[in-house]
Every structure is written in structure tokens, then in C-alpha cells.
Write a protein of this length. Structure first.
Length: 269
């Protein structure tokens, strides 16, 4: 299979997740502005081509924009100034920024119709267990979306969505790991309050969580049906569920996701 030549602008956590998933099978060129981060990446990935931004843009067929939304204007200015006649596919993993934003900021006289795929991965990408929503801009073709999904498949699974749902994907799966971590954190704290030491509480909670997720993945039943199977009427689980529902846990989750979605929209402004 022919190797892709991929440029990554930004070597932070998500940039490194992509490096980890791709550098053994594809030719990777990366630009990172932080010298300490560059030194770290050189030590860890000895076959990695760390270059200046002009070489990354010149060499790569696909350019992944992996910088923070607030730094994107500057990054795109550098990219645009080094962007030649050759058409390239751009993949953004920045929260909130639309494909039109990238089209407006990347087009020039030589490339009036830049090809953009927008992606929203999440933190489990760091262990190649990520979930990424993807959509394409007006100039990107179905083959571009296919290539982007193939590349992003190195960090987990992908799902194609409409762009007007991208802020919702950010709220549901992009921010989702933090919801799980918060729940686990409080679950462990509560277990300690019941008398377990920290190690015991962590083991009980982590294994219960992992086992439940695996059961959910392998079962014919959905989450509500499995919950009902665990919850005997008048039993111990029912007592716990009554507390959750009395505290309006379901409404709290909806409010949290709506807040995350709203913030994703604000980041685009």
C-alpha cells in the first residue's frame, strides 16, 4: 500500500496521538513551536521528521491542523504563506471552528477552493480508542472524506455527521471523557467514605466500570434495559437509583451537554 505523506501542525496531546498511530505506516512531517516539546518528540519518535512549517506544507499531501482554536489564525497565516499550486487536503481537529472558517483563511489566488475535512476526536485517541466525528467542507470530495477517515482510524473510530451537528458531537463525545472521569472520581470518593481504602475503592470502581462497558458493548440489550435488569424492585440498586432520579441526574446531564455545545459555538466566533 502506498504511504501517505502527512503533515501535522502542532505536536500537543492530539498531535502526538496522531503521530503514535501513524508514524510507523505513513511518512510524517511535523511542525511544533515549543522547543521543549520538539525535544520530547525527537526522543520518543526517532523516525519522525520534525521540520519548519514551510517544509511541512511543501512535503505533505494531507495537512492536519492540530493547534488550539485561539492559535489557529496565526497557524493558518503561516500555512497560507507557504501554500503552493499543489492542492492539498486539510484536516482540522480544532473545536468550534467551521469548515468555512478554514476555507476563508486558507484560500489564495493559487488555491481558491481549499479542501477541508473537519474532525472532532476525543481524549481516548491517546490510546487509539478515540471517537471522532467528521464532516467535509464544500470543496472536499467524498474521496477526501474517505482518506481522512482512514487517517483518523489510526486513533480510533469515526462517524460521518452533518456539520451543523459538530458542536453537538463536541458536547457528547469530545468533552465526554471528562464526564466519565468526574463520575468515576466521585464514585471512588464515595467508596472511600464507606470505609474502603483508596486502592480498594479504585479497583472496585475501575473494574466495575470496565466490566459494565464491555457488557454493554457485547449485549443485545441497550443501557436502559441492562439497568432495569440490575435494578430489582425494592432492592439496594433501586435505593441508589431513587437518589439519582430525585436529584434529577437526567436533567443535569442534558444541561451539561447543552452548556458544552453552547461553548463550542462561542469558540467559532
Amino acid at each position: 500500500m502506498k504511504k501517505n505523506i502527512i503533515g501535522i501542525i502542532g505536536g500537543g496531546n492530539m498531535g502526538e496521538a496522531l503521530i503514535k498511530g501513524l508514524y510507523k505506516s505513513d511518512s510524517i512531517f511535523i511542525y511544533e513551536v515549543n522547543p521543549k516539546r520538539v525535544e520530547y518528540l525527537r526522543r520518543k519518535y526517532n523516525k519522525l521528521n520534525i521540520a519548519d512549517i514551510s517544509e511541512v506544507v511543501a512535503q505533505a499531501q494531507v495537512i492536519i491542523l492540530a493547534v488550539k482554536p485561539q492559535d489557529m489564525h496565526a497557524a493558518l497565516s503561516w500555512v497560507r504563506s507557504n501554500y503552493s499550486k499543489e492542492s492539498k487536503l486539510f484536516i482540522s481537529i480544532a473545536a468550534g471552528l467551521t469548515t468555512k472558517f478554514f476555507e476563508d483563511n486558507l484560500k489564495n489566488a493559487l488555491n481558491p477552493k481549499p479542501r477541508i475535512v473537519r474532525a472532532m476526536p476525543n481524549m481516548p485517541a491517546l490510546i487509539s480508542e478515540g471517537m471522532t466525528g467528521v464532516c467535509r467542507g464544500q470543496y472536499a470530495q467524498p474521496v477526501d472524506l474517505k482518506l481522512a477517515r482512514s487517517i483518523l482510524g489510526a486513533i480510533g473510530e469515526t462517524v460521518i455527521i452533518k456539520e451543523d451537528m459538530m458542536d453537538a458531537v463536541t458536547a457528547v463525545s469530545g468533552s465526554g471523557p471528562a464526564y466519565v472521569f468526574l463520575f468515576v472520581e466521585q464514585w471512588i470518593n464515595a467508596a472511600v467514605e464507606l470505609g474502603f481504602d483508596q486502592d480498594q475503592a479504585r479497583q472496585l470502581v475501575h473494574k466495575t466500570l470496565l466490566g459494565s462497558v464491555h457488557l454493554l458493548e457485547k449485549s443485545y440489550f441497550d443501557a436502559s434495559e441492562l439497568r432495569a435488569k440490575v435494578t430489582s424492585k425494592g432492592g439496594t440498586t433501586q435505593a441508589a437509583m431513587d437518589v439519582f432520579f430525585k436529584g434529577k441526574f437526567d436533567q443535569l446531564m442534558k444541561k451539561a451537554l447543552l452548556a458544552a455545545k453552547k461553548r463550542a459555538k462561542e469558540l467559532a466566533k
